[in-house]
Design a protein around this ligand. Structure first.
Ligand code: SF4
Length: 349
């Protein structure tokens, strides 16, 4: 059985959060109004109130759910995304969010957002207007983060997102040599990826952009022997490293332990409903990021650019009745939540 090393390398998310916060404070992206809203959202969650703060303090925007890596746990060899809804249609439709929609979402929530997460299930570097959306958020004092497989992180794209003011990028490097790297990640050259990371750091340092870089190691039996090499790589470049257990679904079930044997915390209320909002590429306003891989998810509203009012949706009838359900009957009352092990609104695990 694979076990994730405990202790220092469990993950460094606390340090990541502190770094993001510090950077946001220093760049004037934190206001009294945002902190007041953050307190209200947290208090509403603690008290399990039907309404939350004035707005979510985190929004997750799926710009495009296309990906160029086709990882085994996420989609099949033809890139078809697996549907995690056991009673669903079996696959997830793909699509791209118009840039004007992404900008409108940020504009409507800018006075409250502590962070805009500009990816959910797709590869954000495939979205050609990514730098422009980051720039728009930066201009409106909204911190931004993305996670990437790094395959497309060439100098041109790196320079564009650095100059646009990206606050954090998480890059997956789950193997040091190609043979190991390719077990889960069907496409991508790990030597090119490592060079992309080195070049990104050089450009960041030359331009003094200060973007935070976190290397993401998804830990399996098959790649655990290469973890020390990735750790050394990160130390040489001065990068933070996070480690999390891998998902063995869709091909590694007989070789790897299941993702978690933890008892489902059905009684534990979910933070997402009080703190974060998800908007899918097609404008579906959703209760959390899990919903983008759940076919036919419950939808708060279909967002229409310059028509929908997200602040009204946030404490509107669909959102409040979902919070009520969570409060009174727990996550076991909703099919999508019943099998979900997520706690908090941070990165998974
Ligand atoms: S319990 Fe899971 S599926 Fe339900 S709202 Fe929370 S994160 Fe989403």
């Amino acid at each position: 059985m694979a076990t994730v090393p405990r202790g220092f390398f469990r993950n460094q998310y606390t340090l990541v959060h502190l770094k993001i916060l510090l950077r946001a404070v220093l760049s004037g992206k934190i206001t009294v109004r945002k902190m007041w809203n953050w307190m209200r959202c947290n208090l509403a969650y603690l008290l399990q109130r039907e309404t939350s703060g004035a707005a979510p303090y985190m929004v997750s925007i799926e710009l495009w759910n296309e990906c160029n890596a086709d990882c085994v746990f996420c989609r099949d060899a033809k890139g078809v995304i697996y549907d995690v809804n056991p009673g669903g249609v079996g696959t997830i439709e793909k699509g791209r969010m118009p840039m004007e929609m992404a900008k409108d979402i940020i504009l409507q929530l800018k006075d409250y957002l502590l962070v805009a997460v500009l990816y959910t299930n797709g590869e954000p570097l495939m979205y050609k207007d990514l730098a422009e959306v980051i720039r728009f958020a930066t201009d409106h004092r909204v911190p931004t983060i993305i996670a990437s497989n790094g395959i497309l992180l060439d100098e041109k794209r790196s320079q564009a997102i650095l100059a646009a003011g990206l606050d954090l990028i998480k890059i997956q490097l789950s193997g040091f040599y190609q043979e190991t790297y390719s077990v889960q990640i069907r496409k991508g050259n790990v030597e090119q990826l490592k060079q992309n990371i080195r070049d990104f750091i050089r450009l960041r340092n030359e331009g003094r952009y200060g973007t935070i870089v976190l290397i993401d190691y998804i830990y399996y039996n098959y790649n655990k022997h290469e973890f020390p090499l990735v750790k050394k790589f990160c130390e040489e470049l001065g990068l933070m490293l996070s480690i999390r257990p891998g998902n063995p679904k869709h091909g590694l079930e007989d070789k790897e332990p299941p993702l978690s044997t933890e008892k489902l915390p059905l009684e534990i209320s979910c933070d997402w409903l009080w703190k974060g909002m998800q908007v899918n590429y097609n404008g579906d306003v959703l209760q959390c990021c899990e919903a983008v891989v759940w076919s036919k998810p419950p939808v708060y509203e279909k967002f229409q650019t310059q028509k929908s009012r997200l602040i009204e949706v946030w404490n509107g009838p669909a959102a409040t009745s979902t919070r009520n359900l969570m409060t009174t009957k727990g996550r076991g009352s909703m099919p999508m939540c019943a099998g979900c092990l997520r706690k908090g609104i941070s990165f998974k695990w």
